[in-house]
Ligand binder design. Structure first.
Ligand SMILES: O=C(O)c1ccccc1N[C@@H]1O[C@H](COP(=O)(O)O)[C@@H](O)[C@H]1O
Length: 260
């Protein structure tokens, strides 16, 4: 049975990392927020703990200067560096796209032992464009060990973190994700509003290599709003359970292709 990777984001402390690993999480995602204050001792301990426990740490730098990213990677030594800048698709964005991928190329050359994850922005259901994304794949596959599909809201809406794709808490167009999964040899992680309630359907509909969750597995405040950088362990436990249930369903389908 092919194991589906479970990646959980906004894990910033060793205690949370330990609980998540014991709960069956495979990739622990952490975010480095500030290019001026990227050295955080507690984050370093979190990454170290993940490595010692045989889990993978994935780190998003919320800045794009290759030298600062390199200093950061040298300090933390995560298993994966995760790039999630907004990608301006279409001809007008060509120069900016080239600059974004040039940074990724430099980092990959400097740290060949660190895997690279690249977020692919996918629109909301019914609003997503497929052609520009599909056309991009052959150009960047050699730079990527993983793709992660995440929700890119419409141009009318502000991104939660300007300039980056992520933490919308809303699912993307899964029909487009399924096309991307089927079109690339690079393993694809399904992200964007993934929760214990929708992860089973998301996996069955898109057949990804992995699933990722942030907002919908974060703790809620008394008003019901998600609290950044604080995980709800019960929701993570259910997310892992639902992922394993979908994994078993796919294995059954593959073993008996004529029955479904
Ligand atoms: O996790 C963050 O804080 C973050 C900040 C800026 C850009 C991306 C970020 N995280 C990525 O977004 C996905 C999806 O989030 P959600 O589940 O829709 O809330 C998250 O898992 C990370 O891959």
């Amino acid at each position: 049975m092919k194991k589906i990777v479970v990646q959980i984001y906004e894990v910033q402390t060793p205690d949370e990392a330990e609980s998540l690993i014991n709960g069956g999480v495979d990739h622990l995602g952490s975010v480095v927020l500030d290019p001026e204050r990227w050295k955080v001792a507690e984050l370093k301990d979190t990454v170290r703990l993940a490595a010692q426990a045989g889990a993978k740490s994935s780190m998003i730098p919320l800045f794009s200067d290759p030298d600062t990213i390199s200093r950061m990677l040298d300090f933390y030594r995560p298993a994966i560096v995760h790039f999630c800048e907004h990608l301006p698709l279409g001809d007008e964005g060509r120069k900016q796209l080239n600059d974004i991928f040039a940074v990724q190329r430099i980092v990959k050359q400097r740290f060949p032992e660190i895997q690279t994850m690249r977020t692919l922005p996918v629109g909301l259901p019914g609003e997503a464009e497929t052609d520009d994304l599909l056309a991009l794949l052959p150009e960047i596959e050699h730079l990527c060990d993983w793709f992660l599909t995440d929700t890119s809201p419409t141009a009318r809406e502000a991104a939660p973190v300007p300039g980056f794709v992520g933490i919308t808490g809303r699912p993307s167009d899964w029909a487009v994700v399924a096309k991307l999964v089927a079109s690339t040899p690079v393993p694809v992680i399904l992200a964007g509003g993934m929760s214990p309630e929708n992860v089973y359907d998301g996996i069955v509909q898109t057949r990804p290599a992995g699933v990722d969750s942030c907002t919908q597995t974060n703790r809620r405040d008394p008003a019901g709003n998600p609290v950044r950088f604080s995980k709800d362990m019960d929701r993570v436990r259910r997310f892992v359970e639902e992922t394993r249930r979908a994994e078993a369903c796919i294995a059954r389908d593959e073993a008996n292709p004529d029955i479904s």
